[in-house]
Design a protein around this ligand. Structure first.
Ligand code: SF4
Length: 358
């Protein structure tokens, strides 16, 4: 962790180049389980998730509502509230330049307060909820900056103006209240606020859902540019796979609380290995390229209390076959990615069988 109390001046060009070229591990999630304890039996909202994120990388997490992606990131960032409880796993935030690696799940509240903003910042879907309606924008930026640095009030307001300028908002908007800004401007302001303490990781939970398509593209372009310039990593959560192709380096697809496919973004989009990924791809129009028919996904995601036996996607899967409603397919390595689907295990089993009998 960076030490609290260090002034957050603009990052030097040398630091930026070094940061943007660094591809060492930043976050390693292993065996993460999150349960909801609101009734007699716990509901498994996230079941045994592993994720890896490198410095400067954007990891997209995609899936329909209720598949566990927001529960996963609130657990990773320790922002979850009861009845959600992380029951197992580790979330290692890797140290750098002599700082120690830490398991985020084991930090004290005090240590967490240092980690937030300075190392990990979060952008939520609703900018209106993230911004304080009774404080001017400038005061909110100055509060965060002064809590995590030794900037004077005046320096903090100046820095806040620079941060707003980075997302294309004029500095005179520092005197505005959240309700005086357009939806797109509010969302860009929350992104600028997340970058205030130059975090290593920015977690974005459906940051473009509440804005129109034009603003959506503008925000994605800005995030990509800022990421290139400042070298931070991103976890970007969305239900729209076609959006991720614009911004993500790697993608993890979630269904019923589990990761069912991972892979390099373009490869996963053009050649999905899991039928659910394929169905997700057909459910949204591409932002670029030729138009194609939107097919949708039959049925709806299962309730987590009543998960189907075997592969949880089997009641909706056009390619289900004999083992799918009995045995849960494990997530197996497949080229540069992974997939949890019996189709590949059958292929692999046949290949093994041929290899043994040759
Ligand atoms: Fe479809 Fe079977 Fe693969 Fe599940 S395991 S996605 S039901 S083919």
């Amino acid at each position: 962790m960076s030490s609290s109390g260090t002034p957050h001046s603009s990052i030097s060009k040398q630091d930026t180049v070094r940061r943007s070229e660094d591809r060492t591990p930043l976050l390693t999630v292993r065996g993460l389980h999150v349960d909801y304890f609101d009734k007699a039996d716990p509901v498994h909202a996230v079941s045994g998730v592993d994720l890896d994120l490198r410095r400067g990388e954007t990891l997209g997490i995609v899936g329909e509502s209720g598949c566990g992606k927001s529960t996963l990131v609130t657990a990773i960032t320790r922002l979850q509230r009861p009845p959600a409880v992380t029951t197992a796993g580790s979330v290692v935030f890797h140290g750098h330049d002599g700082t120690e690696s830490v398991d985020v799940l084991r930090l004290t509240e005090r240590q967490l307060a240092d980690l937030r903003w300075e190392n990990i910042a979060v952008v939520f879907q609703s900018a209106m909820n993230a911004l304080n309606p009774v404080l001017r924008l400038g005061s909110q930026f100055a509060d965060v900056l002064r809590r995590h640095s030794r900037l004077s009030k005046r320096e903090a307001w100046e820095r806040a103006g620079e941060l707003l300028a980075m997302v294309g908002i004029p500095a005179d908007r520092l005197r505005s209240y959240a309700h005086e800004l357009s939806g797109g401007m509010r969302q860009r302001a929350t992104i600028a606020l997340a970058l205030a303490c130059e975090p290593d990781l920015v977690v974005m939970d459906e940051p473009t859902t509440a804005v129109d398509v034009v603003m959506q593209r503008q925000i994605l372009r800005q995030v990509s540019r800022l990421k290139r310039e400042l070298g931070f990593s991103v976890i970007f959560i969305t239900h729209d796979l076609s959006l991720l192709i614009e911004i993500a380096d790697r993608i993890a697809v979630m269904y019923a609380g589990k990761v069912v496919e991972t892979g390099p973004a373009r490869q996963l989009y053009t050649d999905p290995q899991h039928p659910y990924t394929e169905a997700l791809r057909g459910a949204f129009p591409p932002l670029h390229g030729p138009r194609r028919e939107i097919t949708g996904i039959p049925g709806s995601p299962p309730g987590l209390r009543t998960l189907p036996a075997g592969c949880a996607f089997h009641p909706r899967c056009a390619r289900r076959f004999e083992p799918c409603d009995k045995t849960t397919p494990p997530l197996l390595a497949l080229g540069a990615g992974e997939a949890a689907c019996h189709l590949h295990q059958t292929v692999r089993g046949e290949e093994d069988h041929h290899a043994r009998t040759r």
